[in-house]
Structure formats: C-alpha cells, structure tokens
Design a protein around this ligand. Structure first.
Ligand code: SAM
Length: 479
C-alpha cells in the first residue's frame, strides 16, 4: 500500500503543499522551486558562518552535496549555525491556536515515527507565506526515494518481509494520520489553521516525514533546570547538504555560545579536506533497512547490514536435520535447556524472537548461545560457562568442536532456507538491472541483492570457521 503521489493544489496566493507526480533518478535532485534562493548567502545573512571554501555541488550522483573549493585543514569550522537557524519543534513557537493544534497532532504520532512530529512543523512552515525558513525549505528536494512512495510492484520487489512490514506500517500510519489531521483542522478559522487552510493529505505528510527522516539530526535540545539537555531532532540548514559516509571527513558538534545561553551547532573538519573533496558526515552505523526507509538509499557491502529471522523451534529442527544433526531438540528442549532459552529471552510470554545474522556481530549472540546449548547434551558442561561466553562468536568452541561445528552448520542451513525464500537469485537480479529499470525498481533490486549478499557472506564465514575447527580437531587427534 504505497502512498499515492502528490496531488495538484488548486489554491493560489499561498505556498502549495504539492509535489511532482513522478519520481525519476533526476527528479530526486530537483528542489521544491526551480531556482531557490542561495542557501549559503541566507545562512551568512542570518548570522551563521560558512567557510569560504564550502560550495554546494549539484552534479553528484547522490543529489546535491557540499564540496571544498580548496584544501581545508583538520579542525577548521566549516559551518556554524546560531540557535535561530535550525528548524525544531519547540515551545518557543508560542501558545497560539495553530501551535496547540500542531502539538496535539504531534502527541498522536508514535515515538518511532518521530520524524512526523517535526514534519508537522516543516509542513506548517512550508505553507506559511512569510516563513523565515522559506529560503531553506525551497532548497529541499521535491521528491524522496523512500519506499513509502514506491509503486506496489516495487514494494514487492524488495522481497524482504521485515522491510515490507515497516513500509506497510508507515503507509497505513500516513493514511490514518491524514484523517486525523483533517478532523483536527476542519472547523478552524484561517488564523488558527496550522497549514494556512491548505489541504494536507498522506502524500504531503509523507513528503515532510521523509524530508525530516532523511535530513534531521538528533542533538541536545532545550536545557532543563537541572542542567541536563533533552534530545531533540532538528533540521540543520546547509549542514544537511552533506552526504553520508562511514568514514566521514566532518562531524557535528554543539557548543554553548560565549555571549548567551544559546547553543551553536557546528560542522567541523574531522580530517584534512582536499580541494574538490565532498564534505561527508556519518549518518549512523545503520543497516540498509534503515538507510532505505529513512534516507532512500542502499549502501553496497554495508558492514552494518544484517537479516532478521524469527527464532522458531520447528524451523531450527528442519535446519539442523538438513545440516546432518541427528534428533535435534529445538522444538522439545529439556527443562534445563528451556531455562537457558528463558534467560536469553527466547522463551516465555514476553520473549523477543527476533534474531539477526550479518552486521558486526555476524551471528546474533542470543541465537548462537541457544544453538550451542540446544545442541549440547551435557548440562554440567554448559553450566560451567557464563552467558557472555556462550553468546560470543570469538569464544573458542566453548562446548567442544563437534557442538560448535553443528551450530555453524545449522546456521548455514538456516541461511540456505532464507535464501530460498527470495523469489529471485542474485544473477537474475543483476540481469534485471542490466536491462534498465526505473529508479525505484533499481533501488528495490539493489536492496534485495544486498540482503542476499549478507546471507552468502555469513555462510562463507561460518564454513571457513567450521573448516578451521575441523582441521584443528584432526591435528589434535593425530598429535
Ligand atoms: C542529508 S541529505 C544530503 C543532501 C542531499 N543529497 C540533497 O540533495 O539535498 C540526505 C540525502 O542525500 C542522499 N545521500 C546522502 N548520502 C548518500 C550516499 N552515501 N549514497 C546515496 N545517497 C546519499 C540521500 O538521498 C539522502 O536521503
């Protein structure tokens, strides 16, 4: 269920909350208006600082970006934003009716969709004719490549149930929230209306949620009387033109302004930056699900990408039989094994059955411990080890080589089953890409290729580990 593309507004003499109807690779570059104001000049005019070597580049493959027009030494300030420039959802917006409607609507947004809360404020400013932030907002992309805007076929093309679930959840939320917004504003007077009496639909809500999820940073917000600060998402004009890298050359820091209690937000060079280098920030060590859902891109060979599986006894029995384990106990664990499963929160009413493969951990510690324990027959031997050792892949076969190899082989069999669940093979996906497809189909296919690659990498790694253990075992027997 994709949110339909933006509808045309019929309102005049206002800032319409509409967008382009079709998204192509080049439309992701297009801005809300054809020739938006110069963002660098605006930031300087409003009291911010922009290093003279910082320029906006419009010819990158990742949309607009910032580049250095000459070398910049490490530690240099690149951009400094005073407190008035970031766009936040704050108390300082006053206590008028329009703001209180916005606050009430924001309270109805679930926490994990925090981007929608700030999105309401962004939409309000987008609709406001004399918004202070118009020079910034008009420079925002017109469309986003996040999957809530994919056609149904491309959502299916993702082929990965946990992501399909998230996309459907977001689409359903936006469609319901559209009704919520309509009800909240239907009888309001022009002056009290948060969106200048414009129609807000699921598409415009989706636009603002995506603008925020792909550009906002979670920083320290308001200072509380006890001196601590609450975490607040904010949009950082110009700084948010930086694209992402896991090895960035810039970072964001917050500092108290010497002359006031207000915070300054700075982008600072973390490494020396060479002429023509892109200025890059790390958006976070995220898997491709989050990069695609929130930012609309996929990172090839992402070291943090992983696949999600459900811990299921019958499924694990099938996998371990396929791996050559005789009479596995996953669906009928002994009471002492069940106790371990409860300790791992893999059994019981409030169990969390989600486990992962890939990423930094390679095998979810809880899954590895469960496999080691359920494939063991000697309770005393298991009880000699603490849980951290049983969960750690770096622990050297804590329950013996045969147990360890059986655990690895079971995971490899799980991987084979998981791969078989994808309707296409990587070779077929690559062939589809070569034939030429739309931007969103390409993104969906790249996403699923990466998921399959994660599984294959886990299989390769565990096969290598099993071989190495078995060769150690043979050497020990011979010695
Ligand atoms: C904070 S904005 C950066 C500025 C943006 N490129 C623009 O045109 O306004 C984040 C967006 O930039 C793009 N982007 C950033 N880093 C990227 C990367 N490493 N690969 C692909 N797209 C990237 C994605 O569209 C993402 O949603």
């Amino acid at each position: 269920m994709a949110v339909s593309k933006f509808v045309m507004a019929s309102l005049t003499n206002c800032r319409p909350l509409t967008c382009a109807a079709t998204a192509t690779a080049s439309s992701y570059q297009e801005r809300l208006v054809p020739h938006p104001p110069d963002l660098i000049k605006w930031v300087r005019r409003e009291g911010g600082f922009v290093h003279q070597a910082i320029k906006i580049s419009q010819d990158g493959t990742n949309g607009h970006g910032l580049i250095a027009s000459h070398d910049i030494p490490k530690g240099s300030q690149l951009i400094v934003l005073p407190d008035n420039i970031p766009l936040k959802f704050g108390d300082e917006d006053g206590v008028d009716e329009a703001h209180s409607v916005l606050v009430k609507l924001a309270q109805k947004v679930p926490d994990e969709l925090w981007a929608m809360k700030l999105g309401l404020k962004l939409l309000q400013e987008r609709a406001r004719v004399n918004s202070f932030w118009w020079p910034y907002i008009s420079n925002l992309p017109q469309t986003y490549s996040v999957p809530i805007f994919f056609q149904g076929e491309d959502i299916k093309n993702l082929q990965y149930a946990p992501l399909l679930y998230q996309v459907n959840r977001r689409c359903r939320f936006l469609l319901d929230f559209e009704q919520e917004v309509k009800r909240a504003v239907e009888n309001l007077k022009q002056n009290d209306h948060p969106f200048d009496r414009q129609d807000v639909d699921a598409s415009s809500l989706g636009w603002s949620m995506s603008a925020v999820s792909s550009r906002a940073f979670r920083l320290y917000g308001k200072k509380l009387p006890d001196g601590t600060c609450i975490d607040a998402p904010m949009m950082l004009p110009l700084i948010d033109m930086c694209n992402h890298a896991f090895n960035p050359n810039a970072q964001i820091i917050q500092e108290q302004d010497a002359g006031s209690a207000k915070m300054l937000i700075k982008a600072v060079a973390e490494t020396p930056i060479k002429q023509n280098d892109a200025i890059l920030l790390n958006y976070g060590c995220l898997n491709n699900d989050l990069f695609l859902l929130d930012y609309g891109f996929v990172i090839p060979s992402n070291p943090y990408d992983c696949i999600e599986l459900k811990y299921d006894g019958a499924f694990l029995d099938a996998a371990s039989i396929a791996a050559g384990v005789s009479s596995p106990k996953f669906s009928s664990p002994a009471p002492w094994q069940q106790q371990f499963l409860s300790q791992l929160n893999l059994d019981g009413e409030a169990a969390n059955l989600k486990v992962t493969l890939g990423g930094q951990e390679l095998v979810d510690g809880r899954l590895l411990a469960a496999l080691r324990v359920l494939l063991a027959s000697d309770m005393e031997m298991v009880r000699k080890h603490d849980m951290d050792t049983l969960k750690s892949l770096s622990a050297d076969a804590p329950l013996g080589i045969a147990n360890e190899v059986a655990a690895y082989r079971t995971i490899i069999a799980l991987c084979v089953i998981a791969l078989e669940h994808f309707p296409t093979k990587i070779m077929e996906d690559e062939s589809s890409l070569r034939q030429g497809v739309s931007a969103s189909t390409e993104l969906a296919i790249q996403f699923r290729i990466q998921k399959k690659s994660v599984i294959i990498d886990v299989m390769r790694d565990l096969t290598r580990r099993a071989k190495s253990l078995l060769s150690k075992d043979t050497t020990a027997c011979q010695g």
